[in-house]
Design a binder for this molecule. Sequence first.
Ligand code: SF4
Ligand code: SF4
Ligand code: SF4
Length: 311
Amino acid sequence: MANVTLTINGKEVTVPAGTTVLDAARGAGYFIPTFCHDPDIPGYGGCRMCVVEVKGARALVASCCAEVTNGMVVETESQAVNEARRTILELILANHPPDCLTCDKNGDCRLQDYAYRYDVRSSGFKGEKHNYPIDDSNPYIIRDLNKCILCGRCVRTCEQVEDRQVINFAYRGFNTKVAPAMDTNLAESACVSCARCVMVCPVGALSYSNLAGKGRTYEIRKEPVTCTFCEAGCQFDLNYKGDKVLAVTARETGTGRPLCLKGRLGLELLYSDEPVTPMLKKDDQFVEVSWPEALGMEDVLKKLGDLKKLD
Ligand code: SF4
Ligand code: SF4
Ligand code: SF4
């Protein structure tokens, strides 16, 4: 593949043709903030946090969607770029609850990180605020849409990585929100609780029920573990607090492969030091089930039982 040479922040960079400006800049060691970008999904350009200044362009350019060209001259932290990023953050914070003190995402939240980096302490924009009820209908996932910044990462992940299309943007303008079909709660939707959307949410809008209130992000140590329930070998994280495993969560690997609930539940049975109750959906209701049923091993155990009787 042909190479392209461009200049980023005064430094000459050579990358393969077709590389995005975002990847070229990050590869050269430059920081560019993103909310909606996901390496597993084609660029989307929705949040505009990744804008950069390109010499000769009429406006700032979304670097996640723009491909490099020979001779391009890019600035990633010019005054215009940083002002644009500050304005985006102020617009988001105008309708975001000041919940950092008690938010489970505190310490691992891009909104917090970027507000700190760009010194955005409050919002100059005043207006109506959302007051959505928290959706804890799914036993594994909590949705707090008041913290949602509408980056769309969960929507595109559910559609393009999980191939499930359970959630999408609903309504318009100020009322836009992420919702399952018919704006039901997650329990009543076709969600399979893979929790991949939780993994990609850059803020505290989506979180794991089994980690809620159990520790600050800096107290929790993550260690990778490979699922052995099928040949796919998906990656998960064991979440330790001290020497105890609190939960098993999906791990961001960039493999673009769907995850399943069975793998995560099975690993929780194997590793968790907390009591874990498997719940499965039957007739549109989540009900407590036995571990063999949760792991789809009832038939295997029955056959083993039958063989034992033949002894
Ligand atoms: S989502 Fe981030 S910015 Fe919002 S309350 Fe939680 S930690 Fe704070
Ligand atoms: S848990 Fe999985 S299936 Fe359910 S909404 Fe999230 S990505 Fe889609
Ligand atoms: S729930 Fe999270 S990932 Fe989904 S749109 Fe809102 S902020 Fe983005």
